[in-house]
Design a protein around this ligand. Structure first.
Ligand code: NDP
Ligand code: OXD
Length: 309
């Protein structure tokens, strides 16, 4: 029985070490050098090559190496009988909450302008935008959205959230379903996207949505690049529907060198680092799920294939 780590261009040394520290008896293989394919029972994947999972006939479960699972659900070569699970850790939630809080504070303090002014040697004080003028709306109130909402409420922000089902989170106004989307948007100035990427949510961040925010809005996209219609973002800036964006995820990653986003002053760019799973924390969840899969138990953080997350 072995556990296989699969990803393009990724060094797995620290994860392998953490897995073996957690369980020294594990047999950990790293793609593409796999000794005996039929011994592989559990795979951990991040942006794996299409169809590669077909090579392992005895897979019992597959885990994402992140919180998102769209790359696994998109892989039609993965049999529907094989359960998919994902990583959720308190560290991921804490990092995500801090990232979003930081992006909002940067916006309120005009930090992007100060970077520009430093380059030009300009000393110019700007008024910080008061919290009461920056109501935050979080799309997606799952493991990540919930922890972001909790931290923002603690910091005195006006926070609302939108999800499929109503939530009871202290200090948050909860909106649910398509029928409540417009009301949610009309109360939102800073939009935080933490939806999973599914057939329903792909391309969701487009002009129609930007127009409905408190004008001009500000976008923080930490979900997936394919949620955003990239040309609509530029158009929304030009039309004044949005005044800025902080983007951590992109249609194509790494963001190509010639992409127009690099030259837009209004866009803050980070390279998909909002929340990164530390190897030790990842190993805890992976080893637990490996053991569960081997003994036929229900997995932690198993994905509902019908819902797509
Ligand atoms: P969860 O599955 O825990 O939560 C998803 C949330 O989205 C739920 O609240 C769900 O509603 C809501 N939702 C899903 N579909 C819809 C819909 N059609 N309409 C309204 N609401 C919907 O996901 P996580 O919080 O763990 O993660 C969210 C995403 O964040 C990941 O899929 C990943 O793409 C991204 N991510 C990015 C990271 C980064 O570093 N940039 C790191 C980690 C995650 P309900 O609760 O009612 O079911
Ligand atoms: C993700 C992650 O899903 O990094 O983006 O966990």
């Amino acid at each position: 029985m072995s556990l296989l780590l699969i990803a393009k261009n990724r060094n797995f040394d620290s994860l392998k070490k953490a897995l073996l520290e957690k369980d020294p008896n594990l047999d950990v293989e790293i793609w593409p050098r796999v000794d005996k394919k039929e011994r592989v029972n559990f795979a951990v994947c991040w942006n794996h090559p299409e169809k590669v999972l077909r090579n392992y006939p005895n897979l019992r479960a597959v885990s994402s190496l992140g919180a998102g699972v769209n790359h696994l659900l998109d892989d039609k070569s993965l049999s529907e009988d094989i359960p998919i699970c994902r990583l959720v850790t308190d560290s991921l939630q804490e990092q995500m909450a801090e990232y979003v809080l930081n992006a909002i504070v940067n916006y309120r303090l005009h930090i992007v302008d100060y970077f520009e002014n430093k380059r030009k040697g300009v000393w110019e004080q700007k008024s910080t935008i008061p919290k009461k003028h920056t109501p935050v709306g979080i799309m997606g109130l799952g493991e990540m959205g919930n922890s972001v909402a909790t931290l923002l409420v603690q910091h005195g922000y006006m926070v609302s959230g939108w999800s499929r089902s109503k939530k009871d989170i202290e200090g948050l106004t909860s909106f649910a379903g398509k029928e409540e989307l417009d009301n949610f948007l009309s109360e939102t100035k800073i939009m935080v996207n933490l939806l999973p990427l599914t057939n329903e949510t792909k391309g969701f961040l487009g002009l129609d949505l930007f127009k409905k925010l408190k004008q001009p809005g500000y976008l923080i996209n930490v979900g997936r690049g394919d949620h955003l219609v990239e040309e609509d973002l530029i158009y929304a800036f030009d039309m004044g529907y949005l005044e800025g964006a902080c983007l951590d995820v992109f249609e194509e990653e790494p963001l190509p060198k010639n992409h127009s986003f690099w030259n837009r002053k209004q866009i803050m760019i980070t390279p998909h680092i909002a929340a990164i799973t530390p190897a030790k924390k990842a190993a805890e969840v992976i080893v637990e799920n490996y053991k569960r899969a081997m003994s036929g138990m229900e997995l932690l953080f198993e994905v509902d294939r019908d819902k797509g997350y």
